[in-house]
Write a protein that binds this ligand. Structure first.
Ligand SMILES: *Cc1c(COP(=O)(O)O)cnc(C)c1O
Length: 731
């Protein structure tokens, strides 16, 4: 099938003995295998931090004498040999879980489309949870041996880096991505020339080149319009994530949906399932239909034949969160498409027509829902919200029969577990425990871990966080241009033994980052209690055009800077995957305060739980189905969906939980100075939550509820296709 080439650049100057480090740097497998990561880091730990964990830069800049020394160091080469053997075994494994259980899936891949992918901090092609979920989906597909090909964008300016001014205002810095410093492989044809594909707009053609990123066994193809053949404005279409300008946005979504299908076709793939991660990719259903209308099928026939293989995941619990375009934009960008589909303009608009108070729109959510056989929300509660929200599309059915199922999100365990916690689990669960992460039986073994060993890992992870933040603050201070109070706000006064609460996520206002500050005096009393200090770490970016989000950051930053906090409130700049790892591993409590039911799932709390951190959260998204009264804490109650949200009541619930339960429990110590009751709770949380909220469980559910039904209905369709083919000559 391979009709294309991707060649590793031969630019590394590596000693022969360790020459395959170059190959390892070009497969993100190293990111979830700690020994592989260490192979790069231990060449020069300080340098590794300075270049922000980029193995390609590492190999280019570490210096020949360091590489020679590693090649001559028997400890290093032993580790190198072991990692490379693991890597080879992983890539060539013929007995993956999928090969064993669903060999019928091996022939043709699942195609996965997403606007963003959170795979590693060095690849700034993600903005938040949606991207991290997509990244974890790919890693899990690779581990299970599920054939999957993914499509996204190479954003030439990446997502922005966040700086906070002395007054708390978010500044966005864009950093052009240099392709040769990243594991991007330009996809070329047999002739060695880069493969490009064309997407026609009414007044011009935009060309895209394709880069491959290897995620274990899974290829991710990134589309890129930054080519000399395209005009300057068109080259910028793939420069950034989520343009606010609707012209840019619709063009970008056409490139993803239409361009993505064409790219996979140009590379010789014929996927059996087409999975849209959120509505941004929904134009793919039209391109798939167009491929058939071009062969003479009617639009109806084309949709009937393609719909069964389309799967749509919605992540948005509010109607306004779905992308919708005014009809004049549809005319401007898609007028060339409707005749190709054999439709009039009105018929075309009817595919996704929505009526809003401000006029008619073309809704990407409706387009995807109507033209996919598989549809899912991302938690049980979100499923109910989605069925209610989209009930109008199925008016003949009762709300509970609206055909939108749910698959609750999960996290990729190996990606999110701290190295020390992993070693502890290795010791008590046996070496192969990662192969059984979704097996609840395995997790009973958590009770065999002695409290003192568990606690010493927890303390280690918190110290690691605190010392890392101090070092970041030092670098900030050394660089200059900041006021001393900003250095304090970055965490230099943190105490590695104090109860530490983390709150880090996108600063969308529904997440209510300010809830803890509802009563600032009460908060100050709470963090400064004698003998029971509490410190709270905030982090998060607001979308650059989200003014309320940026104002919320400013409000929090101004409070953090007050002398009365004693440096116990902290706001960290530039929340990203790197900081996320430190935080979810290092704090004691993970706080989440969304306005119900706007958190479709949430995943950061799952990452925290895996590392022995306790969740304190509103009963929304995943936490509503996770909380059992003993495995963390719930803010407020599980009220009916339409109950009004009362910020004051939720704040009261949060303060009283902290004052009466969380803080006393943390500081309740025996003579050994270990909080046994706290640890018991953390162990219950691990046992009850880790197997359930893993991407292992999640992907198996995607298989059962969405991928396999799509595949099987397609197999049944074979005779139908046959009939259609005879009918094909237009009447
Ligand atoms: C996990 C993660 C998120 C998503 O967190 P939520 O709990 O869903 O808000 C966002 N950003 C980063 C960097 C993450 O790692």
């Amino acid at each position: 099938m391979t009709t294309f080439l991707t060649r590793l650049p031969n630019g590394f100057d590596l000693p022969r003995r360790i020459v395959r480090l170059g190959e390892l740097a070009y497969n993100l497998w190293w990111t979830w295998n700690p020994d592989a990561t260490r192979l790069f880091a231990r060449l020069d730990f300080d340098h590794w931090e300075r270049i922000a964990h980029n193995p390609i830069l590492m190999l280019h800049t570490v210096g020949r004498s360091t590489l020679n020394a590693a090649a001559l160091n028997p400890d290093y080469t032993r580790m190198y040999d072991r990692v490379m053997a693991d890597f080879d075994r992983y890539l060539s494994d013929q007995h993956t879980w999928i090969a064993t259980h669903y060999p019928e899936l091996l022939g043709r891949p699942v195609a996965y489309f997403s606007m963003e992918y959170g795979l590693h901090e060095t690849l700034p092609i993600y903005s938040g949870g949606l991207g991290v979920l997509a990244g974890d989906h790919l890693k899990e597909a690779s581990d299970l041996g599920l054939p999957l090909v993914a499509v996204g964008f190479l954003y030439s300016e990446g997502y922005f880096t966040q700086r906070i001014s002395e007054d708390g205002w978010q500044e966005a810095i864009n950093n052009p991505i240099k392709a040769d410093e990243h594991p991007f492989l330009l996809v070329a044809g047999q002739d060695g020339k880069p493969i490009t594909i064309a997407v026609e707009f009414p007044d011009r053609v935009i060309r895209l080149r394709i880069w491959e990123v290897r995620v274990g066994r899974v290829p991710l193809y990134l589309l890129d319009a930054n080519l000399p053949e395209n005009s300057e404005p068109d080259r910028a279409l793939t420069a950034r994530l989520y343009w606010s300008d609707l012209n840019f946005r619709i063009a970008q979504e056409v490139l993803l949906g239409v361009g993505g299908v064409r790219a996979l076709c140009a590379l010789g793939y014929s996927p059996c399932v087409w999975h849209m991660n959120e509505g941004h990719a929904a134009f793919l259903v039209l391109e798939r239909a167009r491929e058939l209308t071009a062969k003479g099928y009617s639009f109806q026939e084309a949709i009937e034949q393609t719909r069964a293989a389309n799967v749509f995941t919605t992540h948005t619990p509010v109607p306004a969160g779905n992308d919708e375009f005014p009809l004049w934009l549809i005319d401007k960008y898609l007028a060339a498409l409707w005749p190709q589909l054999g439709l009039t303009r009105e018929q075309f608009v009817d595919l996704a027509r929505n009526t809003q108070p401000w006029g008619e729109t073309f809704s990407m959510g409706i387009l995807a829902l109507r033209h996919s056989e598989g549809r899912n929300a991302v938690s049980e509660l979100h499923g109910r919200v989605a069925r209610r929200m989209w009930h109008f599309l199925w008016p003949d059915r009762p709300e509970e029969d609206v055909p939108i199922t749910y698959v609750t999100n999960g996290i990729h365990t190996a990606n999110w577990i701290a190295r020390r916690m992993r070693l502890l689990f290795d010791k008590y669960f046996g070496q192969d425990w990662l192969d059984r992460v979704d097996d609840p039986e395995l997790w009973r073994l958590v009770d065999t871990i002695p409290d003192d060993e568990f606690w010493s890992v927890r303390l280690h992870l918190k110290r690691k966080l605190v010392f890392y933040l101090r070092e970041r603050a030092r670098q900030q201070w050394l660089k200059g241009g900041v006021h001393p109070v900003q250095v304090i706000a970055s965490g230099v006064l943190l105490n590695p033994y104090a109860l530490t609460i983390g709150f880090a996520r996108r600063f969308a206002t529904y997440k209510r980052a300010g809830l803890l500050m509802h009563d600032v005096d009460r908060l100050l009393r709470l963090i400064n209690r004698p003998n029971m200090p509490v410190q709270i770490i905030f982090a998060g970016k607001a979308h650059p055009s989200d003014e309320p989000g940026k104002q919320l950051i400013q409000y929090i930053y101004r409070t953090v800077k007050k002398a009365e906090t004693g440096g116990r409130l902290v706001f960290l700049e530039d929340y990203d995957l790197n900081l996320a790892h430190y935080l979810v591993q290092g704090v004691d409590v993970w706080l989440n305060t969304p306005r119900r039911p706007l958190e479709a799932s949430g995943t950061s709390g799952m990452k925290a739980c895996l590392n022995g951190v306790l969740n304190c959260s509103v009963l929304d998204g995943w936490w509503r189905e996770a909380y059992n009264g003993q495995n963390g804490w719930a803010i407020g109650q599980d009220l009916p969906l339409d109950a009004p949200v009362d910020d004051a009541q939720d704040a009261e619930s949060l303060y009283s939980l902290l004052e009466n339960e969380i803080i006393p429990l943390y500081y309740e110590r025996d003579d050994d100075n270990i909080p046994h009751k706290w640890i018991a709770r953390a162990k219950i949380a691990i046992k009850t939550l880790v197997p359930q909220f893993s991407t292992r469980r999640m992907l198996k559910e995607y298989l059962d509820r969405l991928y396999l039904p799509a595949l099987h209905s397609r197999l049944e369709k074979v005779p139908t296709n046959h009939r259609n083919r005879k009918k094909r000559t237009p009447a």
